[in-house]
Write a protein that binds this ligand. Structure first.
Ligand code: ANZ
Ligand code: ZN
Length: 953
């Protein structure tokens, strides 16, 4: 008999279903394991091989856990509210309910055809009133506690879908669903106060096992910024402009204040003669999305209001502008502009000819090893402190002024550069050589190398100049010093020109520094450094200055330390039909009245027309006999809320429903929640990191606060799978005609081939292109397994080599499955089968049986069938997972690294279980090592079994 998946797979799927052993037990003495995949968001196209990748891998995990004696919960359900069904209804007139039901039938068929071991008895459907009753209930609880509220806000509006979108649904300024450019529209929206949970959403990440990338994406999305709020009093009037800055250390470099076009102060501050221009500017800014406005690369625009405000640290007059690179909803909707140290401010200043005043110079970084440089550096700080207006760091070596030269501006902080007058060259050379530098190039343009700093290649260049720099002297301690550097000399005349352009502010240091920081690349110096041009704060590091300036401002009543978050409250209403109705009633007398819990669910009424109204109201608003209700409080006439929830609402808590899906008294029973949660392993797409994953953590924390959720975090472990690309390396898409349909693969090669291939295709967390050849390879592998097993002779004993290979394989699977290295597991199976083919006569029945058991989580159909062919009566899925025996994998060879005093000196192949004593003996017997320890006393031996031995002498 040949391997014929079509003949066996359906049979086993029916068998599993009937025997029901994938059902999780509610009460059990077994340890629990809750394995979760993101439930499918239904689409008319059916299951994507990309989703299957996640399901198949976690199915193997679930199956293995069951065999290891765990009570496993591996559930499935349907995320079914949302726009696609509604858009489809608009096109075809078919009710979303019908489309959904049809899609479910198709998905279920597909998932079953893959042999997935879901507990189908716990299926949930977010559009089922019995389910969304609890989605609404959660909303009411949020409302009760002031965490759901209505606000008029500018929302991202999709003109094509005619609905408002959450920030997260706007991708690069376009609608996530249809790709249309989004606009801004002022609408009354329901909001959820996720911001109240911002800190916990960051801090509690410590408690869970998520990949670092996911953690940092969430942390960045929440965007907690420690900073200072600083008040700039307007010159005429009492108004205060409050800016938020993370860089209070740069306050002496402020040369303008820019307000967001939406800032209400603009009206007051704009002078009559500027009004027309400002109004015009505000009007054009309104049409742009936040995304567009905030882009760093975007050309900065703005308009002067005619007003000034006062810098609280030095009482300087600062012009007030409006500019749309300032976002209304962040900080105070105003920024202090520091062109010398902020990229966007720099561009803005360049465009409008604002002053660029440097106040931070780079710190020299890790030069600790060179005492002299350290000393010189300290001197510089001292000078900076001493000289109020010292605007460059100058190193004084002898009579030379050395200006730190950082490669082409700052990139090589170790290099120093200086220039001297030609007649001073010999003197300078001597000084430099005294510092331990060696001359490496001759002529009067000298190049010196130091051997003390970082051992090699710190280059000091001395340029010489002939020009008389007569009056360009720096006064220090009563002596005058010349200042120059070759880099600066080259552009000396440009500097001079710049100097003249700025009448009144023409001190050379400032000009030179400007030249240095702008260089040829023309950019702002945005890093932390040392303060200059900053009065009493000169010489402080940025870090110190941020603290001290904040304190100073606080004392003056002109500032305070604050925290800002990027995270906004979550826009939680949509103006579409196919979503959970928001259970609120609006009464003229009583205001917003929650629907009494006993009246839940508020069911979606059946409508004829799904078209969005385009007015910003949901299609539900047209169904007057649904909308008009009695107020639950005063019994007067009232109206239902007609907005519905976004399609993230149902997925916020679905994993809690799985533990008790039929409960109609609570969203789930307390005991069951306590038993099953948190989810032990949750796998899903990277694209949900800042959406679903963050939202559901928030809702779960809220449910924890009100005593429903039993733990702080819902998911103990999170992993993510890479997407599956088409064979042509593009995204699979109908329009490219490159979609792989799992149905076709199953039909031709069988589910087990698809299962193995989707794990084998590549590292689980990476995007991988489909390969038909790779898939066929998996099919041939299964044929081989089939032939070897079905032709094996009973009663044969396995040879030690075969037994050892088998135990190594078991060990490998145990380790790899925990590390999501599914691809190497399948490779391990293949290797093993090749080995068995070679050792044909040495492979006994015992080995074959265990091999089938460990193969079964990955290719369950063929494993069951062969198990039966071998004469076993019960299902292989009920077998116990075998444990490997260390004594059989003793001969495994590893490369042992041999170190002397922590340095790798040799490597040798040894048995993996080699003891410390043996390893030491082997190491010391090697010629190379012998030489290293010759005549020396061995002080200590550090041994890492199977990895390295370090001999300390
Ligand atoms: C002065 C300054 C100087 C700044 C400097 C940066 C560098 P994060 O980390 O994102 O919180 N900012 C403040 N409010 C803003 C708004 N509503 N729209 C646009 N930009 C705004 O960044 C905070 C920094 O973003 C603030 O610090 C401010 O620019 C700017 F050398 O203030 B900074
Ligand atoms: Zn009322």
């Amino acid at each position: 008999m040949n391997y014929n998946p079509q003949a066996i797979e359906k049979k086993w799927q029916d068998f599993w279903k009937k025997s029901g052993f994938y059902q999780a037990e509610d009460v059990s003495k077994k340890p629990k394991s809750y394995i979760l995949i993101e439930f499918p968001y239904l689409s008319g196209q059916g299951l994507h091989v990309g989703h299957a990748r996640s399901y198949l891998a976690l199915d193997a995990v679930a199956r293995k856990k069951r065999m290891q004696g765990f009570n496993v919960l591996f559930p499935i359900g349907w995320d079914a509210f949302g726009l696609p069904a509604e858009n489809y209804a608009i096109k075809t007139g078919i009710h979303p309910k019908e489309t959904t039901a049809k899609n479910i039938v198709n998905y279920r068929r597909q998932l079953e055809s893959l042999g997935l071991s879901f507990d189908w008895s716990r299926e949930v459907n977010t559009t089922d009133p019995g389910y969304y009753k609890w989605t609404q209930w959660i909303f009411l609880k949020l409302f009760e506690r002031g965490l759901a509220y209505q606000a008029e806000i500018p929302v991202n509006w999709c003109p094509s879908c005619k609905i408002g979108l959450a920030n997260e649904e706007v991708i690069s300024g376009t609608c996530e669903r249809c790709g249309a450019q989004t606009e801004k529209k002022l609408l009354k929206q329901w909001m959820l106060k996720i911001t109240a949970f911002a800190d916990r959403l960051i801090d509690d990440l410590k408690e869970v096992n998520f990949p670092e990338t996911i953690k940092s994406q969430q942390i960045n999305w929440i965007g907690k910024s420690y900073g200072t709020e600083i008040s700039f009093k307007v010159e005429e009037g009492e108004e205060l402009i409050k800016v938020f800055t993370t860089r209070a250390d740069t306050i002496f470099g402020v040369t303008a204040v820019v307000l967001a076009p939406e800032n209400s102060l603009l009206e007051k501050l704009t002078k009559a003669e500027n009004k027309e221009k400002v109004d015009e500017y505000i009007a054009q800014a309104e049409d742009k999305s936040d995304f567009e406005r905030a882009k760093v690369e975007k050309e900065k625009t703005g308009v002067f209001t005619g007003s000034y405000c006062i810098n609280p640290v030095n009482s300087e007059k600062v012009p007030v502008w409006a500019g749309d690179y300032v976002v209304a909803g962040y900080g105070g909707g105003a920024v202090m502009v520091v062109p010398a140290h902020d990229k966007r401010d720099y561009d803005f200043a360049k465009k409008y000819n604002l002053e660029i005043n440097p106040v931070i110079v780079p710190e020299l970084g890790n030069i600790k090893e060179d005492k002299e440089i350290e000393l010189a550096f300290e001197t510089v700080k001292e000078i900076s402190r001493a000289m109020d207006d010292a605007s460059i760091k100058i190193w004084f070596i002898g009579t030379m002024a050395v200006i730190p030269y950082f490669g082409r501006i700052f990139s090589k902080p170790a290099d120093v550069d200086c220039g001297v007058r030609r007649e001073d060259f010999t003197k300078a050379k001597n000084v430099i050589e005294n510092f331990g530098y060696q001359k490496i190039a001759d002529k009067d343009h000298g190049k010196f190398k130091t051997s003390t700093y970082k051992k090699e290649n710190t280059i000091l260049e001395i340029g010489t100049f002939d020009e008389d720099l007569g009056d360009n002297l720096v006064n220090f301690d009563g002596a005058e010093y010349r200042v120059a550097a070759p880099e600066i000399l080259g552009s000396f005349y440009r500097v001079k020109a710049e100097k003249e352009r700025r009448e009144g502010k023409n001190d050379l240091e400032r000009a030179i520094f400007l030249e240095l920081i702008s260089g040829t690349e023309e950019e702002a110096f945005v890093d932390y450094g040392i303060l200059i041009n900053s009065g009493e704060f000169n010489g402080l590091s940025s870090k110190e200055a941020i603290e001290e300036i904040a304190e100073y401002l606080e004392k003056k009543g002109a500032g305070r330390k604050t925290i800002q978050y990027k995270l906004r409250d979550w826009v939680f209403s949509r103006q579409h039909y196919w979503g959970e109705p928001i259970p609120i009633i609006h009464c003229k007398k009583c205001g917003q009245v929650p629907v009494p819990e006993s009246d839940l669910p508020v069911e979606l009424p059946y409508v004829e027309k799904y078209q969005p109204t385009g007015t910003g109201e949901s299609p539900l608003s047209a169904i007057t006999d649904w909308v008009d209700v009695k107020c639950p409080k005063c019994q007067g006439p009232a109206k239902r809320e007609t907005d519905t929830m976004p399609n993230w609402a149902g997925s916020n808590w679905y994993f809690m429903r799985y533990v008790d899906p039929k409960n109609d008294k609570a969203l789930a029973g307390k005991d069951k929640l306590k038993y099953w949660l948190p989810v032990d392993w949750y796998n899903g797409g990277f694209e949900h990191t800042t959406l679903h994953l963050l939202y559901s953590r928030f809702i779960y924390k809220f449910l924890y606060d009100i005593g429903i959720a039993p733990t702080l975090e819902p998911y103990q472990r999170r992993t993510s799978h890479g997407i599956v690309l088409a064979e042509d390396n593009r995204k699979m898409s109908k329009s490219f005609g490159n979609v792989v349909n799992p149905d076709d693969v199953v039909k031709e090669y069988g589910a087990d081939t698809l299962r193995l291939y989707e794990m084998f295709m590549g590292p689980f967390d990476q995007a991988i292109a489909w390969s038909t050849n790779g898939m066929k390879g998996c099919y041939r592998f299964l044929q081989k397994v089939w032939n070897i097993v079905s032709e094996s002779e009973s009663g044969r004993q396995s040879s030690p080599a075969v037994i050892s290979a088998l135990h190594k394989l078991i060990k490998k699977i145990d380790g790899d499955i925990e590390n999501t290295k599914f691809n190497t597991i399948i490779a391990g199976f293949m290797e093993f089968i090749n080995f068995c083919q070679e050792k044909n006569k040495e492979v006994g029945q015992d080995t074959i049986e265990i091999f089938l058991i460990i193969l079964s989580p990955f290719a369950p159909h063929i494993a069951e069938e062969l198990w039966q062919i071998l004469g076993r009566k019960d299902s292989i899925s009920r077998e116990k997972w075998p444990e490997y025996d260390p004594k059989f994998i003793k001969d495994e060879k590893v490369d042992l690294i041999i170190q002397i005093n922590g340095k790798v000196r040799d490597k040798i192949e040894v048995r993996s279980d080699i003891s410390e004593e043996e390893a030491k003996a082997v190491a010391l017997s090697l010629e190379k090592i012998k030489n290293w320890v010759l005549d020396k006393e061995i002080k200590k031996v550090i041994f890492v079994p199977g990895r390295l031995i370090n001999i300390v002498v």
